[in-house]
Design a protein around this ligand. Structure first.
Ligand code: SF4
Length: 353
């Protein structure tokens, strides 16, 4: 395998891009790692980034380890939504440290800027990440290195500390000036990229974490598709458009219940079999699925019940229903997740921004 001086974490954002380019400018061989999971990362864009930014990038799937961390409960807690930023960074640093040897690298670089985020980029939090990930001395933060203690790579002379930077705070002007100096024309947009920071996604993911005994990566991928409904342990995802209907094909697993209105255009829906599905639950779900088919609703108004096919393990049962949104199935609200999340908080502590 090709040998590298260092490994840079590359999220696809501007700070991580500048981090890699700043080190490459010194003539260092840098391997970029792009971590991805059901919640963040775009492995499909790696090839594009290689071309437009001239980076050497490998995609690394941390989904299963990430889900395990969520299930165990992040040691440093959640941020303003379901984002466990401190534990997330520790997990990525640990994984990078494990991979370092294979790349022949002697340091890790990340794009944090001191004071840029209220929690995860405070000086004390940066130190916690160093300590808990076991990367003290190994982890270099080139964009704000001048404000931090020198790392082994700087002390040994491998990295020229005088060519590293002292960025501080929330502004983006310094970063944009640097991007201009590097001739970067495609500037990544700020923010975005992590679904766990968004209320809309927290309301989707939180019930999966709390109501399913042993959720998997595939469960979180299903939660990311369509409209989400829960009734006790019964979980129903109803496609909003063709793209959702097609996306289900990639996340189905044995034991899933598929719903489709027969004879009318309408959405595909997936019932994931939890503990409590009864015959009545299946009928309620079928009536709700049918309510998202306008033509089926019109037919029902004219007095004709609507057939819905419910398929389980290749066996299809046809159910006649009246489309209805008066249902025990409920879309989870952000407020439900918020109340539970905040109840888990330790006083005065937050594990994310
Ligand atoms: S926003 Fe937080 S949880 Fe999301 S990828 Fe970044 S550090 Fe991880």
């Amino acid at each position: 395998m090709e040998q590298y001086d260092g490994i840079a974490l590359f999220s696809g954002g501007l700070d991580s891009l500048l981090t890699a380019r700043l080190l490459m400018e010194q003539g260092l061989a840098i391997k970029c790692l792009h971590f991805h999971s059901p919640f963040f990362g775009s492995p499909g864009r790696v090839e594009h980034w290689r071309k437009v930014y001239g980076l050497d990038i490998d995609a690394v799937d941390v989904g299963p380890a990430y889900v395990e961390m969520l299930k165990a409960g992040p040691a440093h807690g959640f941020g303003s939504a379901m984002n466990p930023c401190v534990d997330c960074k520790i997990l990525m640093m640990r994984r990078t440290k494990e991979l370092m040897q294979g790349y022949g690298a002697s340091f890790i670089a990340s794009g944090e800027v001191l004071g840029q985020r209220p929690m995860s980029q405070r000086r004390d939090t940066l130190n916690i990440i160093l300590r808990d990930a076991g990367v003290r001395g190994l982890l270099l933060r080139p964009l704000c290195a001048q404000l931090l203690d020198p790392t082994q790579a700087e002390l040994s002379g491998l990295v020229d500390r005088s060519r590293l930077l002292g960025f501080n705070g929330r502004g983006r002007k310094d970063q944009l000036d640097l991007a201009r100096r590097f001739g970067i024309s495609e500037i990544p947009t700020p923010g975005g990229g992590c679904k766990l920071t968004e209320k809309e996604n927290t309301r989707r993911f939180w019930p999966v974490l709390r109501r399913i005994g042993d959720p998997s990566v595939e469960d979180f991928r299903l939660a990311d598709i369509g409209r989400q409904f829960w009734h006790g342990g019964c979980w129903l995802s109803i496609g909003r458009h063709q793209q959702d209907n097609e996306a289900y094909a990639g996340v189905l697993r044995p034991g899933d219940l598929l719903f489709k209105v027969a004879g009318f255009p309408g959405p595909l829906a997936v019932g994931r079999l939890g503990r409590d599905w009864s015959g009545e639950d299946v009928r309620d779900a079928a009536a709700l699925v049918a309510s998202y088919s306008p033509k089926a609703c019109r037919s029902a108004q004219e007095g004709t019940p609507v057939p819905v096919n419910a398929t389980l393990e290749g066996r299809t049962v046809r159910i006649e229903v009246v489309p209805s949104r008066e249902t025990p199935f409920r879309e989870p609200a952000w407020e439900d997740a918020r109340d539970e999340l905040y109840a888990l908080r330790k006083p005065g502590k937050s594990g994310g921004d």
